[in-house]
Design a protein around this ligand. Sequence first.
Ligand SMILES: C[S@@+](CC[C@H](N)C(=O)[O-])C[C@H]1O[C@@H](n2cnc3c(N)ncnc32)[C@H](O)[C@@H]1O
Length: 161
Amino acid sequence: MQTVFFAKVPFVSVPVEVIKEIVKTLKLNEGSIVYDLGCGNARVLSIAQKIHPKAHFVGVELIWWAYMLAKLRIWKNRQNKNIKILCKNFFQVNVSNATHVFLYLYPEAMDKLLPKLEKELKKGTRVVSATFKFSQKQYTEKIDLHRDQNQLARTLYVYEF
Ligand SMILES: C[S@@+](CC[C@H](N)C(=O)[O-])C[C@H]1O[C@@H](n2cnc3c(N)ncnc32)[C@H](O)[C@@H]1O
């Protein structure tokens, strides 16, 4: 485990009320392998696994205390079999087996991540990003979550790799 206290992208959980819409937008099935790169407390993965109990999920989190919160949540909800949490820098994790990726990061991090995703993701991998988009890749869909101006996560961007 790396002992990083804070990452350049802060730990802010995506609001709970938009998670079902995120899961719907991901379009998961039984064989899905879903990565949340920068998974925070793994709330998104935990809710997604309850909706799609046979899919598999990997959360990658750099800061150790958020990783511990994620592990605790998965352990408490008895989701260890389907959800793996890694305390790592996502730039050092190979994501080539992903069928779906969820991101809630920051524009700079998105752009740094794009070359890695383009190199590693299989054709057809679906990526859903809350709020932020890649500056160098066109999204296939933009979903307005109809939230107030002052609320977080008002838009989802969908990409097909
Ligand atoms: C905005 S939070 C989103 C948390 C979670 N995905 C959610 O939506 O609730 C971004 C997370 O990414 C993590 N993070 C930032 N850079 C990272 C990196 N290089 N590797 C792994 N995690 C990272 C941060 O520590 C933070 O917890």
